[in-house]
Design a protein around this ligand. Structure first.
Ligand SMILES: Cc1cc2nc3c(=O)[nH]c(=O)nc-3n(C[C@H](O)[C@H](O)[C@H](O)COP(=O)(O)OP(=O)(O)OC[C@H]3O[C@@H](n4cnc5c(N)ncnc54)[C@H](O)[C@@H]3O)c2cc1C
Length: 393
C-alpha cells in the first residue's frame, strides 16, 4: 500500500549529530505551544470541512517524525477542543474553536483525577447544584491531575459528577474557561518535555450555558473523543518509530565495525528488518482504524476495538523500535540532546495515557467476547420466515 510521504520537509529532520530540531519560538519546553487545532473550524468565519481521522493520523505521524513537541502541541489542541466540536453549542463553538484553530487559545481535556486514572469512570470531581441557583447552576469542587496544557490552558473540557449514580452514569461534561473564580493549578515536571499539571476546583461556578452535551451524558463525550484520538496516539508513536528506524539505518550504514560497517553484521541488519516490519504493521493498523472511523462516520460498532488495537500495537512497537535504535547507536544515543535520547523519553508516556496498554487489552478482549456473544445469539434466534416465498440466494 502506497502511503503519503510523512516527511515532506526534509529540513525538519534531526540534524547531522542526530539532535532533534525544536520549534524556534518554543524556548520553555514546559509551557504549551500555541498552535492551531485540527478542529474543523476556519480561523475566521467560514466553516471548513472537519479533519478526518486519517488526516489527523497523517498529521500526527509526520509531525512526530520531525518534532514530537510540535506534534504534542497540535494533538493537545485537538484533544481539548474535540469535545467542543463534538458536543458544544453553536455559541461555544463560535467562541472557542476559531481561537483554538488559530492558536490564540490553548485547550485542555480534564478527565483524570488522583483517584481515577485508568478507571476514569470513578471520577469524583463534584458538580453540586448551587444553593438557590435553580436547576442549571452548579459549583465544581475537586481535583484533576495529569492534565496536559494545565495550568496554562485558556479553556478546559471538565468531566464532573452531577448525579448520585456511580460509574459512567451521572458524569457531565462542562466547558470551563480558565478565568473562572475558584480555578487554580500547578505545573508538574515530567520525564519528557510536556506541558502538564494539576487543577484545583474550589467551588468553580458553571451554568447550563457551559454544558457540553446533556447532563449525565459526559462520559459518552469523553469516550467518543478518545475513540477518535486513540488511533492518532498510535500515529504519533509510528512517527517516532520511523524517526528512530531511519536514524538507525543511516548509522548502521556508516558506523565502522570489525573491518566493515555495522550493517554487515547479520544480527544488526536483522534487527533493522524487524524494526521496519513492526513499524509498518503498526502504521497499517493505525490507518485501518482511522479509515474505519471515517467510513462509519465515527459510529462503527467495532471502533473501540480497532482504536484500542491500533494504539496498543503502535505504542508498544514504538517503544521496542526506539529501544532497539538506542542499542544500535551505542553510547552516543544516551548523550543528552541526541535524537534517540529525546525519543527514548518521549516514547514512554503514550503507553500510559489515553488508556494504558493493559486497559487496551482488556477493552479488546471485552469487545471480542461481546461479538462472540452477539454472533451466538443471532444463530440461536433465526430470522422469522419470509412471507414472500423462499429465497434462492
Ligand atoms: C504525558 C501524559 C499526559 C496526560 N494527559 C492527560 C490529559 O490531557 N487529560 C487527562 O485527563 N489525563 C491525562 N493523562 C493521564 C492519563 O490518562 C493517566 O495517566 C492514565 O489514564 C493512567 O492513569 P494513572 O496514571 O492514574 O495510572 P493507574 O490507573 O494507577 O494505573 C497504573 C497501572 O496499573 C495497570 N492497570 C491499570 N488498570 C488496569 C487494568 N484494568 N488491567 C490491568 N492493568 C491495569 C497499568 O499497568 C497502569 O499503567 C496524561 C498522562 C500522561 C503521562
Amino acid at each position: 500500500m502506497d502511503r503519503p510521504d510523512p516527511h515532506p520537509d526534509r529540513s525538519r529532520r534531526p540534524d547531522e549529530q542526530g539532535r532533534p530540531r525544536r520549534p524556534d519560538d518554543h524556548n520553555d519546553p514546559d509551557r504549551p505551544v500555541r498552535t492551531g487545532a485540527p478542529d474543523g473550524t476556519d480561523r475566521r468565519t467560514r466553516p471548513a470541512p472537519r479533519t478526518s481521522a486519517l488526516e489527523l493520523c497523517l498529521l500526527r505521524e509526520s509531525l512526530a517524525y520531525s518534532c514530537p513537541e510540535a506534534e504534542t502541541a497540535l494533538a493537545l489542541q485537538g484533544l481539548g477542543a474535540g469535545p467542543v466540536a463534538d458536543a458544544g453549542t453553536e455559541r461555544q463553538r463560535a467562541r472557542w474553536l476559531p481561537e483554538a484553530a488559530a492558536g490564540r487559545a490553548v485547550a485542555a481535556f480534564a478527565l483524570s483525577e488522583p483517584g481515577a486514572g485508568s478507571d476514569a469512570a470513578a471520577l469524583a470531581l463534584r458538580a453540586e447544584p448551587e444553593a438557590g441557583g435553580g436547576a442549571r447552576r452548579w459549583r465544581l469542587t475537586g481535583t484533576k491531575t495529569w492534565i496536559s496544557n494545565a495550568p496554562w490552558a485558556d479553556f478546559y473540557t471538565v468531566f464532573a459528577r452531577t448525579g448520585p449514580d456511580p460509574g459512567p452514569r451521572g458524569v457531565t461534561a462542562f466547558l470551563v474557561p480558565a478565568d473562572r473564580p475558584g480555578l487554580s493549578g500547578e505545573p508538574l515536571d515530567m520525564l519528557a518535555p510536556h506541558a502538564l499539571g494539576t487543577l484545583t476546583f474550589d467551588g468553580v461556578p458553571v451554568t447550563g450555558d457551559d454544558l457540553l452535551g446533556e447532563p449525565g451524558h459526559g462520559f459518552g463525550v469523553a469516550m467518543r473523543t478518545l475513540n477518535l484520538f486513540r488511533p492518532s496516539v498510535g500515529a504519533f508513536a509510528v512517527g517516532m518509530a520511523q524517526a528512530a528506524l531511519d536514524a538507525s539505518l543511516a548509522h548502521a550504514a556508516e558506523r565502522p565495525a570489525f573491518g566493515g560497517v555495522l550493517r554487515d553484521l547479520q544480527s544488526v541488519s536483522h534487527q533493522l528488518a524487524e524494526m521496519a516490519t513492526r513499524t509498518e504493521a503498526a502504521r497499517l493498523l493505525v490507518y485501518a482504524a482511522a479509515c474505519a472511523y471515517d467510513g462509519s462516520g465515527g459510529t462503527g460498532r467495532d471502533l473501540p476495538r480497532r482504536a484500542a488495537m491500533a494504539k496498543l500495537l503502535a505504542t508498544e512497537t514504538a517503544q521496542y523500535v526506539v529501544d532497539a535504535a538506542v542499542q544500535i547507536h551505542g553510547a552516543a544515543a544516551l548523550r543528552r540532546g541526541h535524537l534517540l535520547e529525546h525519543l527514548y523519553r518521549e516514547v514512554r508516556a503514550p503507553r500510559i495515557y489515553e488508556g494504558a496498554s493493559e486497559v487496551q487489552r482488556s477493552l479488546i478482549a471485552r469487545e471480542l467476547f461481546k461479538q462472540l456473544h452477539e454472533e451466538r445469539a443471532a444463530v440461536r434466534t433465526p430470522p422469522p420466515p419470509s412471507t414472500k416465498g423462499s429465497s434462492t440466494a
